[in-house]
Structures are given as C-alpha cells and as structure tokens.
Design a protein around this ligand. Structure first.
Ligand SMILES: [Zn+2]
Ligand SMILES: [Zn+2]
Length: 167
C-alpha cells in the first residue's frame, strides 16, 4: 500500500528521486521495469510494471494459514497481466478480498482487494525478488512470538492497516 506504482507517479518522482530511493544497485535500470514471475509448474506467468519494487510481510492469521508462514509480497496498485489465466482459481477469503492460486501446482499467485486497485503478489514468484528491499511488516500485532525478522522495517498493526483503507 506504500509502494509507488507506475500510474503516473513516475513522472512526479523524477529519475533522481528514483535513484535516491533505490540506491546505486538499481540505478542502471529503466525507471519503470516490467517484472515477471511464474508459478511452480510454469502454467501461469504474471507480469507487472513497477518502478520501485519492495517487499512487505503480512503476519495476519489468514495469510499464515494460507501460505504456511508470514506472507512476503510485492504490493502493487494495478492488476498484473496474466498468461495462463485459465489455470488461475480464486478463493474469496473475505467480503473484501480474494486469493488467487494455480489450479495445477497450487502456487499462490495474488491477494487482491475487490473494490480497490490493490494487489499483493508473492515475492517468491519473481526471480529478482531477492534483491528488493524489505521495508514493511503489517498485522505486526498478529505475529506469533516464535519468530521475528531481523530486518529493520516500518510496521503497522491490523487496526492501522484498516484505517488506511477506510474512507
Ligand atoms: Zn502452476
Ligand atoms: Zn495477511
């Protein structure tokens, strides 16, 4: 939800802000790049344009039940382009969101809000995901006590997350 997605924001950000934000490693990249990910069996490919990919973690009990642990995602404000969409199934996990997965291999493909342009895509789908900075943890108040990330990130409680989405 803090990720800056390329819906016109890139023009305002400017290249210098972009480079400053990303650090030197990313400075040779184009301002907005197309990121490509795929599921375990390869039946589904996702493509999304993004100018500053970062990693967020959700510790909520639903994400942990769905993924088996904290859900590491790339947050995005546009729908990914999906190749192999016939293999995608979605489960409505609440009145406001659904979770997509590959019907052949079971890989998680997205969490999305039904009434807002928000997608959280599993970082593990993307080859380059390991180089994106880890910047945010949400539902920190639902994190079990038996693990903790050493990364210094911004954190939000569930209540703080809901506040951001309520009108
Ligand atoms: Zn698959
Ligand atoms: Zn969650």
């Amino acid at each position: 939800m803090f990720a800056i997605c390329p819906k016109g924001y890139s023009q305002f950000m400017g290249i210098s802000a972009h480079v400053a934000h990303q650090g030197n490693i990313m400075s040779e990249r184009p301002e907005t790049s197309t990121l490509q990910g795929r599921c375990l069996c390869g039946a589904v490919t996702l493509r999304v344009r993004h100018d500053s990919p970062t990693v967020s973690a959700c510790h909520c009990s639903m994400c942990r039940r769905w993924t088996g642990g904290p859900f590491l995602t790339l947050e995005c404000h546009q729908a990914p382009e999906i190749e192999g969409a016939e293999h995608v199934r979605a489960y409505a996990s609440s009145d406001w969101a659904e979770r997509g997965f590959c019907s052949r291999c079971g890989s998680h493909l997205f969490y999305r809000l039904k009434d807002a342009p928000f997608y959280a895509l599993p970082v593990g789908l993307f080859e380059q995901g390991g180089s994106w900075p880890f910047q945010l943890q949400v539902f920190i108040d639902e994190k079990p006590a038996n693990y903790e990330f050493a990364n210094q990130t911004k954190t939000l409680t569930g209540e703080e997350v809901f506040k951001q989405w309520s009108p």
